[in-house]
Design a protein around this ligand. Structure first.
Ligand SMILES: NC(=O)c1ccc[n+]([C@@H]2O[C@H](COP(=O)([O-])OP(=O)(O)OC[C@H]3O[C@@H](n4cnc5c(N)ncnc54)[C@H](O)[C@@H]3O)[C@@H](O)[C@H]2O)c1
Length: 448
């Protein structure tokens, strides 16, 4: 079986099935199809499937013209019919792995995808889980499903984990040129999964077990969460000391070794950094171990929206205004610059907290015209001089590159800047309040 599948992969005659056509699954599907493999993308969303088959991409980093071309060439098809996956020689699973209300892993999507695999699996199939999850998932959830079918993993079928590292909106690194880690249940599993990914991805990094591969992803994202937590705390420290946190970070960043620059902000968002470390924390709780770094970083990061709101309240207070009744214009609701994703965005918390305190909150985001939350649609406002002048406070939550920050400076009365986005604007009208307000003004500083 191993040699037959390997040959099919090397000849690009293998059909690749992808379960879940979102931020991770769709770019992967496109990469395989562009590499000459026939790709069957299965998704439960009829809207997603219909759009793709009509040549429309719903993912910012994937162009509609690429999709339309690959559909026309019959290299890519999207379907809601899981039976189509019977034709696949390899299946990659890229379904969501959110947290439940109690912040425990919600494995329902992975279990549903595993069920799809069990209905369509056959001898000679390679299955790769890509969804970020706790160490042990591939062995504990997927392996029994295949063995229950009477298939021997490593001989009849092959099973591996390979974490996706896609960074939406990153102009330099995308699926093809980001090294891909692969760990199989057996050596043959690792070899086959490595062979498949090496056909379309520049560099594949094999590790010896599925658990190691699962943990690689969690280490990467925990590393980010902890370091963001550290600089966020540094912003609070600098505020209390009256020192400019951005100046400190810039200067520390000139050290050519042993320091990596992270920047403070209003909190963390997206489907990865706020969630993934909790998968590891949960797993370790089942082993009676408390992951203190994860918990501490999460505590600091999740308090940042409230910290921003406190800054807004203080800044309004300086002008004898209350949050209650003030009009606040939020700039940027996406969780990071230059993308259109609001999942877990700290902007949503900032807005909620301001509204809870009686503020009249509006938002502008060049990438998000409107979004739905708790059953309601929220529509953004156009960025205009009038809108800026109407606001009692403008709060920069996400520093999209396409925003005209000088326009903000020239028209707003008060700007609370959680991202240092105003650093390059020439001082004119607005009073700018940073996350860490400066008490000591240096020799070169302009008088306020
Ligand atoms: N978004 C990122 O930047 C990113 C980066 C690295 C890793 N990841 C991980 O990749 C996984 C997928 O994330 P995403 O951002 O692509 O999610 P997504 O929500 O963008 O896409 C998931 C897709 O899966 C579909 N789906 C859900 N259940 C299904 C099922 N049972 N069968 C078939 N399709 C199903 C949904 O309709 C959706 O289209 C997660 O584990 C995430 O942690 C995400």
């Amino acid at each position: 079986m191993r040699d037959v599948l390997l040959q099919k992969i090397q000849d690009r005659k293998a059909t690749v099935g992808i379960i879940g056509l979102g931020y991770v699954g769709l770019p992967l599907a496109v990469e395989f199809a562009k590499g000459g493999f026939k790709v069957i993308g299965y998704d439960v969303s009829e809207r997603v499937v219909r759009g793709l088959m009509e040549g429309r991409s719903h993912i910012q980093d994937v162009s509609s013209s690429d999709i339309a071309k690959l559909v026309k060439q019959k290299l890519f098809e999207a379907t809601t019919d899981q039976e189509r996956l019977r034709q696949a020689d390899a299946i990659s699973i890229a379904v969501p792995t959110p947290l439940g209300k109690t912040r425990d892993p919600d494995m329902s999507y992975v279990i549903a995808a595993a069920d799809t695999v069990s209905r369509t699996a056959h001898k000679g199939l390679l299955v790769v889980l890509e969804s970020t999850t706790y160490p042990g998932t591939t062995r504990e959830v997927l392996l029994p499903i295949l063995t229950k079918l009477g298939l021997t993993v490593g001989e009849d079928v092959f099973l591996a984990f390979s974490p996706e590292r896609v960074d939406p909106g990153n102009p330099k690194y995308h699926t093809k040129n980001t090294p891909k880690v692969v760990g199989g249940i057996t050596q043959a599993c690792t070899e086959l999964a490595s062979a498949l990914y090496s056909s379309v991805i520049d560099e594949v990094v094999p590790v010896t077990t599925t658990e190691a591969a699962e943990l690689v992803k969690l280490l990467e994202n925990t590393f980010r969460s902890v370091n963001i937590g550290l600089v966020n705390e540094m912003a609070i420290v600098c505020d209390k000391l009256g020192v400019d946190v951005w100046e400190v970070i810039e200067a520390a960043g000139t050290k050519p070794f042993g320091f990596m620059k992270f920047t403070p902000g209003p909190g963390i968002g997206g489907h990865c950094i706020p969630l993934d470390p909790h998968y590891l924390a949960w797993k370790m709780r089942t082993l009676n171990y408390k992951t203190r770094f994860i918990d501490l970083a999460s505590e600091i990061n999740s308090q940042m929206p409230a910290y921003v709101v406190e800054k807004v309240a203080q800044a309004l207070n300086d002008e004898r205004k209350a949050v209650n009744g003030s009009r606040v214009l939020i700039i940027g609701v996406a969780y990071k610059p230059d993308i259109d994703d609001i999942r877990e965005s700290p902007a949503l918390d900032v807005m909620r907290l301001l509204e809870r305190n009686g503020a009249d909150v509006v938002f502008h985001d060049p990438h998000i015209a409107s979004y739905r939350e708790d059953g309601h649609t929220r529509t953004g406002v156009e960025l205009s001089n009038d809108e800026l002048r109407r606001a009692d406070a403008v709060v920069i939550v996400t520093d999209h590159r396409s925003i005209d920050y000088q326009m903000l400076m020239d028209n707003a009365a008060l700007i609370v800047d959680s991202r240092n986005a105003m650093a390059k604007a020439v001082k004119t009208r607005a009073r700018v309040v940073s996350l860490a307000s400066t008490r000591f003004t240096g020799m070169a500083a302009e008088p306020a």
